[in-house]
Design a protein around this ligand. Sequence first.
Ligand code: ADP
Ligand code: MG
Length: 614
Amino acid sequence: MSDIIRLLPDSVANQIAAGEVVQRPASAVKELMENALDAGSTMIKLIVKDAGKTLIQVIDNGCGMSETDARMSFERHATSKIKKAEDLFAIRTMGFRGEALASVAAIAQVELKTKRIGDETGVKIEIEGSEIKSQEHSICPDGTSISVKNLFYNVPARRNFLKTDSVELRHIIDEFQRVAIPNPQVAFTFHHNNTEVFNLPVGNLKQRLMGVFGASYNSRLVPVEEETGIVNIKGYVIKPDFAKKTRGEQFFFLNKRFIKSAYLHHAVQSAFEQLLPNDSYASYFLMLDVDPKTIDINIHPTKTEVKFEDEKAIYAFLRSAIKKSLGQFNIAPSLDFNQEAHLYNMPLKPVDGIYKQPTITVDPNYNPFKTDTSAVKPSERELSNYANWEKMYSRHADNQLEFEIKKEEDTQQTINTDWDNELHESNLKSSYQLHNKYILTHIKTGFMVIEQQGAHERILYERIINALEKNKSATQQELFPKTIELNASDFALVKDLHTEITALGFDISEFGKNTFIIHGIPAEAVDGDSVALLENLIENYKQNLIELKSDRRENVARSMARNMAIKTGKSLTQEEMNNLIDELFACEMPYSTPNGRPTITTFSSDDLDKRFKK
Ligand code: ADP
Ligand code: MG
């Protein structure tokens, strides 16, 4: 039998490697822009057609390449950035694996024009599916221009796998921002289908952020700056008032490279502590600078996770730097920071080089479960504190209620579904609102507790789904139409969702760059802040995209229902409570929110009776 193992031809090997480096147009954008940065450019232009499916072009004014280098740059493992293995530990450039151009050239039609400063002429190379089609001298400006046409033209399976233009465009915008934000010393422009998406002149970091996210960021940014032996931190956090409900504007840059880190995110989030409204995320743009030796750079080039040597210390420095800023700018009491001042005097490593485990003293007699009876029999301290009785009461009541609901779920009691009957016989007039959160009402067999926000979400959700199907809802026209300026990716999203948004009852029209005018809002929106209404819809929609892969209409309905629902904390009149109950039971599925949280729970008189037995 003959031998069967063969070496793959280069073009095939490159195509396989390309799958790792170039997953979508945005990955090619990232690689080309990083190359332009590495070339020392001060001006980088990105031109994209059809969300990168037809054309991605990056033009820079960097160092350019010689004719030989230009040809070499398409070879796999061809790089000018490392010469020996040790160089790997001192990497300051964005690229170093020498794979990007080879990968891109394997799956697209690429045209490279490049000229070094001082060279008389430049060179133009055309390469397609790893095959050089032409190479000639060319009159071109200093620097490099690379056009990537018809990405995946020879890999139909991958081409078909690409998402809609708006989705791919959003990925490109993300990558563009990740490169542009940490490099304000470089001017960037970005055109998509002949419209200008970004035009970012050279400036400082703050100006760059305003260029990317809009001038309104001027008053939202709080500077953070700290230099320590391990890490230098520089950047901005967004004032807590402007916190968002989604992760979207969380940017860490490690040595100018965008990274994701749940651990460091936690450090920032905890620095904000009680300053953030519930379920909101801090927004931040933080540049961390560390010695490249102390991070693991041997990571996959398209991955954004990193390993730090001094993770714990960086966490602590980051947290206290932010606390200090929030304190200094009177956003949080600066007392908080003083308590942590010792951190800065903390020796980085103990003199003997050995860390001692911190010791904790514990009360061996403490039993967390022993306080069981305190709900019935207040402790001495609580008694002496009787002036706070109100607080005490509400705390216990809360616990009790939570406990009850849990118990209800545990025992899986079947809910009596004969609501109509039950409700008619009960006296609806005497519904009772508890903690501006729950509605208590009797039913024949006991009583029922309705969670107001969830219940209203369910009602609105079913109504909106209906309206979307009919493609129509009532609109209330705004007396004074407002404008809303969005960032580029949210703008693209709203354009993409225009049909659904209109069906919800919004009346919006484009108004210049990244801006819409809101002429009308859904008639049902009780709280008439049109800008907040649309902003929250976008935020909820993006959040849902992360959490569940539901279809657009479903997502829009859920987002809008959550957006418009009456909130916990709103006090309701007797009539409002009765309407809510009526409408809830007119729903197809009254028992849970669209996201599956229960809206109703019941308690039977038997249950109560048992509790009052001796
Ligand atoms: P890497 O960036 O990892 O070195 P690439 O495949 O991205 O690998 O690029 C290969 C080489 O081509 C680079 O090391 C660099 O020398 C050269 N190169 C690529 N793009 C440019 C550019 N825009 N300007 C100058 N040189 C470039
Ligand atoms: Mg590169």
